[in-house]
Write a protein that binds this ligand. Structure first.
Ligand SMILES: [Zn+2]
Ligand SMILES: [Zn+2]
Length: 584
């Protein structure tokens, strides 16, 4: 379809447009889009990494490349206008000068030198900037291969996975695939940039995000806006210059689709003042939702009346307002008819944090700083749940150190007023389902989060037994990131979630919705099942620093999609009510 949808493809200067952008008389210039500039920086980062260059420098180029892909202003134009690039977040002096060099010469001297010096094996993967050269070289060595074609074959035949493990295989698959999806959390940044562009340079009167982003689905493939404007063709024309150049995929009289350089599609739908509410309804719900809705309302395109707002629409059909997060086609339309929709949990209902790390294990802030930050957010408590002893890679806490930390927290709590630090641990569930600390230590904790961090490769039966066995231990309270999925990176390990939910109900244990934007584990679907079984859920951040506590909003989104009310959420309870729930 589009000229290019991938965000991380190879630099393709041949794909760039030779255009006469400054009038018929000026010299033709090689006009680079932001994505093409970002590709070059990503390639540079990859080659620097292969050279074992300072990892911070590598990261800085990678981060800058990601930022540039989301920018609405054209870097090429900014350079031509001699603008100060360092005023943009993520662009320092070194990166600004690299961008200027790319725009002025079409390439980077440093990149060309590194390419020339690269071993053939490294050079062959430079067309795939998301591949980590060190990991790929390890695979090459182990399998006795030397280029991407062979790598692809070995991946497809399963040899990469059997010889080097699931994780490496996933890394390769991701690096070789043109992805079109992005995390919701990233899409939110992009949404802000596009919205500003629509209301600013495009002169739309109104622009509202709908579709997946409004429903808060954890991974997004398409960014959709309903817009109001008197000049739709002008908006379409202007959007094609978003980020330097954004290819138009298709367009009609009231709808257009573009391929954003960051890999997702952008769709705009024209609405008038009169049918604004109707278009919002039509463009927000999933297909399954709209099918159920139109069974009640009749086909939306045939409605005679116009609706200035969604509220007016629902009122006309005697339906309760359906929150966007619920418009997925479960039971929400039926319940809207009966006026029995849940009152969804909000950020304001949350009273504390139950999964957070500190410098005692792999966190970046001290226990005291984490507590202060939680207190400042208006919370009543925070549980410090650092990793347990076996998880060496995350500096797991030894038995002695956890005893010391327990005493220390008790002393701190004696001094605190109106706030409490909870004694906790993220206890590893070992391969056989036993816990990583002895019972006499676990007994001293207020509660535990118990998680799997190893042996992802067990089959469904084994993994389920492992978790069921763990849940028989009376010191297991919250099952951490139950499926281990990492969105867009790896699927979760296979488990029988229904059996786990039943075990949790029987044994009095709970699940979490882990708010890390790439986990959001439990999924909305699994959380919905847990709720139906009456099993409470904690919405946690798994924060590894104070700056991650606000990510709770991602978990709240997910909980709302699952239809959770505050009565289904553990950390909407004050500690006095929560404490007895953790005693089995
Ligand atoms: Zn964990
Ligand atoms: Zn954790």
């Amino acid at each position: 379809m589009a000229e290019r949808l991938t965000s991380d493809g190879a630099p393709r200067p041949s794909g760039a447009v030779i255009g006469r952008r400054d009038g018929p008389d000026s010299e033709p210039t090689l006009f680079l889009s932001n994505a093409e500039i970002a590709d070059r920086l990503a390639s540079l980062a990859q080659l620097l990494s292969a050279q074992k260059e300072n990892p911070y420098k590598v990261k800085a180029y990678q981060r800058a490349a990601a930022k540039l892909r989301n920018m609405s202003e054209s870097l090429h134009e900014l350079v031509q206008d001699e603008a100060d690039l360092t005023q943009y977040a993520g662009i320092g002096d070194a990166i600004a000068s690299a961008i200027r060099e790319i725009v002025q010469t079409g390439t980077l001297r440093k990149l060309e030198t590194l390419r020339a010096d690269a071993t053939p094996a490294v050079a062959s993967i430079n067309a795939h900037p998301r591949l980590d050269p060190k990991r790929v070289q390890r695979i090459y060595k182990k399998l006795g291969i030397s280029n991407v074609e062979e790598l692809r074959e070995k991946l497809d035949s399963g040899e990469v996975e059997s010889a080097l493990g699931l994780r490496l295989a996933q890394h390769v698959r991701q690096g070789l695939t043109e992805t079109h999806a992005m995390l919701l959390y990233r899409a939110d940044d992009l949404r802000v940039a596009v919205e500003e562009f629509l209301l600013g340079p495009c002169r739309a009167k109104r622009a509202a995000v709908v579709g997946e982003v409004r429903r808060r689905t954890e991974v997004v493939e398409e960014l959709v806006f309903v817009i109001e404007t008197d000049d739709f063709p002008a908006v379409v024309a202007r959007l094609q210059r978003y980020g330097g150049r954004t290819p138009l995929v298709s367009s009609g009289k009231d709808n257009a689709v573009f391929a954003l350089s960051s890999g997702v599609l952008l769709q705009i739908q024209l609405a008038g003042k009169d049918d604004w509410g109707l278009q919002m309804v039509a463009c927000t719900g999933s297909k399954a939702h709209l099918k159920k809705l139109t069974a009640v309302t009749g086909p939306l395109s045939e409605l005679k009346s116009s609706f200035v707002s969604e509220q007016a629409f629902y009122k006309r059909f005697d339906l309760q307002y359906i929150e966007p997060e619920l418009r997925e086609g479960y039971d929400e339309v039926e319940r809207a008819v009966k006026n029995t929709l849940p009152t969804l949990v909000t950020a304001k209902d949350v009273r504390g944090e139950l999964h957070a790390h500190s410098t005692s294990s792999d966190g970046s802030d001290s226990l005291e700083d984490m507590a202060d930050a939680a207190h400042e957010r208006g919370y009543e408590y925070i549980g410090i749940s650092d990793h347990s002893q076996s998880l060496k890679i995350a500096r797991g806490v030894s038995i002695d150190d956890l005893w010391t930390q327990i005493k220390y927290i008790e002393k701190l709590n004696g001094r605190l007023r109106g706030f409490r630090i909870l004694k906790s641990s993220e206890v590893d569930i070992l391969a056989d389902g036993s816990l990583d600390y002895p019972d006499d230590l676990l007994r001293e904790l207020d509660y535990t989060v118990c998680s799997i961090h190893s042996r992802f490769g067990l089959d469904r039966q084994q993994q389920t037994e492992r978790l069921l066995h763990a849940m028989d231990n009376r010191y297991v309270n919250i099952l951490g990131h139950a499926t281990g999925r990492l969105l867009l990176k790896r699927p979760g390990y296979e488990i029988d979630i229904d059996r786990l939910i039943e075990q949790a109900r029987k044994n009095g244990c709970y699940f979490e919705i882990n708010s890390s934007p790439d986990r959001l584990d439990l999924s909305a679907e699994n959380a919905r099942k847990a709720k139906a079984a009456g099993v409470l859920i904690a919405i946690t951040t798994d924060a590894h620093g104070t700056g991650e506590l606000p990510l709770i909003r991602c978990g709240i989104d997910q909980a709302r999609r699952a239809g959770l009310e505050k009565t289904s959420v553990l950390n909407c309870l004050p500690w006095e009510k929560l404490q007895p729930l953790f005693r089995r």
